[in-house]
Design a protein around this ligand. Structure first.
Ligand code: CP
Ligand code: NVA
Length: 310
């Protein structure tokens, strides 16, 4: 297996199944250590990691800050508009500047191409903390949660219900197919992921993996082991909120839709949840929900990523 030291983590498809499996193994070790009270594993001793955020964040921001700290490093949180970026300095010049001081860059941005630009100019690894098209750290944490709850991803049927072109849905589809799971996206035609993305995911397929699209949420959840949803209006799309609420209404994850799913299907959501829109209280707080395990696993997964890349 190729060394992962120094590589960027922009999308999971830049990594092989074997490499993703190694990241998951490292994440599990990190989690086991924390559970035994060993909080500090000094992988980042003496190192500094910049956390740059162009959009709001609760989980990602906190879990990276805590994760860098637990690995013995120093995190610096920066919000876009308080840097010269907010006054027009380019993303490339900002990336070169970060590279003068820091050993790693974690960035949440609107345009995915901004991450690519930063990765091109900076020698320090760039880790995607969410862009408009992907959320690979969420996907790795979710893979960890699925393995914990269902034993494996190979052959596991994962159904995403809602905005099929959502960044979380896209990264989930990539990792599930890469790791041999069966992915279904149930979404209105209008919000299906683009054809070129689906072709790319098909190309990642390992043995037993598949990706299917449907407009019917009821048939989609019927044989699912995992049912996943995310907000209908992602950050930056607020102007479309009303239209999205109307079009996506039949895709709400509620008790009625769950009555068509197997009894032991787990319910996942990356959070934040817009309760009463894409998911109801009874489902997000229900016995099948694993959303708090997901939130916790972000920390362990990101520590696994940083330990191997930085
Ligand atoms: N799931 C997730 O990335 O949450 P935050 O936006 O709070 O970071
Ligand atoms: N799809 C959501 C995910 C938030 C973690 C958004 O981009 O706003």
């Amino acid at each position: 297996m190729r060394s992962m030291k120094g590589r960027d983590f922009l999308v999971t498809s830049d990594f092989t199944k074997e490499e993703l499996t190694a990241m998951l193994k490292k994440s599990m070790e990190m989690k086991a250590d924390v559970k035994c009270g060993r909080y500090v594993q000094p992988y980042l001793k003496g190192k500094t990691v910049i956390l740059l955020f162009q959009k709001p964040s609760t989980r990602t921001r906190i879990s990276f800050d805590v994760g860098v700290h637990q690995l013995g490093g120093h995190p610096i949180y920066l919000s876009w508009n308080e840097l010269q970026l907010g006054r027009g300095e380019t993303i490339a010049d900002t990336g070169r500047t970060f590279d003068c001081y820091a050993d790693g860059i974690v960035a949440r941005v609107f345009k995915h191409t901004d991450l690519e630009t930063m990765a091109k100019v900076a020698k320090a690894p760039v880790i995607n903390a969410l862009s408009d098209t992907s959320h690979p750290c969420q996907a790795l944490g979710d893979a960890l949660t699925i393995i914990e709850k269902k034993g494996k991803i190979e052959g596991t049927r994962v159904t995403f219900v809602g905005d099929g072109n959502d960044n979380v849905c896209r990264s989930l589809a990539e990792i599930v197919v890469q790791l041999g799971g069966k992915m279904t996206i149930a979404s209105p035609r209008k919000y299906m992921p683009p054809e070129d993305f689906i072709e790319k995911v098909k190309g990642l397929s390992s043995q037993g993996a598949s990706i299917d699209l449907t407009e019917d949420p009821v048939s989609a959840v019927k044989d699912s082991d995992v049912i996943y949803t995310d907000v209908w209006t992602s950050m930056g799309l607020e102007k479309e909120a009303e239209e999205r609420r109307a079009t996506l209404k039949p895709y709400q994850l509620n008790a009625q839709l769950m009555s068509s799913a197997p009894q032991d299907a787990i319910v996942m959501h990356c959070l934040p949840a817009h309760r009463g829109e894409e998911i109801t209280d009874e489902v997000v707080d229900g016995k099948n929900s694993v959303v708090w395990d997901q939130a916790e696993n972000r920390l362990h997964a990101q520590k696994g990523i940083m330990a191997l890349l930085l």
